[in-house]
Design a protein around this ligand. Sequence first.
Ligand code: HEC
Length: 397
Amino acid sequence: MLTGFQFSRARPGTRKAMLDVLCRHLPMVRLRVSLAAAFALAVAACTGDIVDPEGDPLEAAMRAFDTNVSPTLQTKCASCHTSTENPQFMRPDPTLRDGILSFNMGGLVNLMDPVSSRLAVFTSSQAHGMVGVNYTPAEAAQVTAWIELEALAGGIVPEPVVETAKITPIVGANEVDLTTIGLTGSKLTFDFQPLATGMYLSRIQVNASTGGVRLVHPLFVVWDAQAPIPDPIDRFSDIDLTVAELTTSQVGGGTAVFVDIPPQGQLSLHFKTATFANGMPPSDGGGITGGGCKAVPLFTSAARPQLGTCAGTCHAGTNAAARAATDMSKLADDLLQPDACAQILSRVSKLNPDQSSIIVSVDPAVTNVHPYYKVPAAQFANFRAQMLMWINAEAAP
Ligand code: HEC
């Protein structure tokens, strides 16, 4: 596998970017692509595969759709999306593939940023799961891979991604060396706990070496053998994090819960960009860009009372490590509720409220994470309901 950063430095531009995308997805789509004869050689170099030199990107996209996307749509989605009152994006127009691409003026696919396509992301959200049937993360990955090929076929040059080497996470502390993407000596660290059908990552931090680092849009990719499964809800898309040299900073809220993926899978990280700090000031609050809470009164009435014990016993300051992990120091202050809310907002998943770490970490049924404290079993349903009331208000469009 290429490490994008070094390669993009060596060969900037279109071909490199295309090649990156091809290389990342070759194992999955087995595409028959050659954008030029020269490409075939390089593509072969990234996997050892020989790629059909007669193929073309459009053909590859169509094949990926037919092979990897259409069957799932037919079995899981057609009953609701062909001719019912739900959005009818599966009505052929004239083909199924064309209909999906043009539905709602292209609103289901984002050719400029395939991983954020509504077809994949909304169908990985709890809101859709409650009314329909969701994709598994692996199925969502197939959709994203197909849309990347559509983008290539449409002549869109994907932005090069920077990709770390894969690691096999171990229970407890883990480290992803950023040296391989050109940031010598810097590390991304996290604690890992396997869940029954997923992964719980906490204390996700960047430890910056000489020169500091600036990381934009980190994306966790879980590997099911050779198949990459990007985080289907792309939860760190709003991160632009600068860390000063020789300091450590949390990444966003510092936690991530991935479900329905192989708990023993390998992990890699993609970044939209990963550079030295280059004089950028260090970020506050894990580098989350844009917006604080919009439902502060509900935070105060519903969520705050639930968090009193957490704040009082550890997170408001009594325990430095606990406060560093999740800061609840503003919770008790009536005048600082917007700040208190923002501190917790980074621990929620708006797309999958049930998977918010503020809920999962203290769920007495999830025994192997956050061993310090669990909400007593008899109170957990109420805790969860109150927290969800607030989180759903934050998540509302
Ligand atoms: C049991 C019925 C049902 C099934 C099965 C179902 N959905 Fe849905 N889907 C819905 C409903 C209802 C909505 C409208 C939800 C809303 O607007 O909030 C929806 C909305 C969507 C949307 C948003 C469309 C838009 O333009 O806003 C997408 C995308 C989608 N579904 C994809 C899928 C996919 C892909 C599958 C199969 C993996 C699937 N759905 C299976 C019921 C279903």
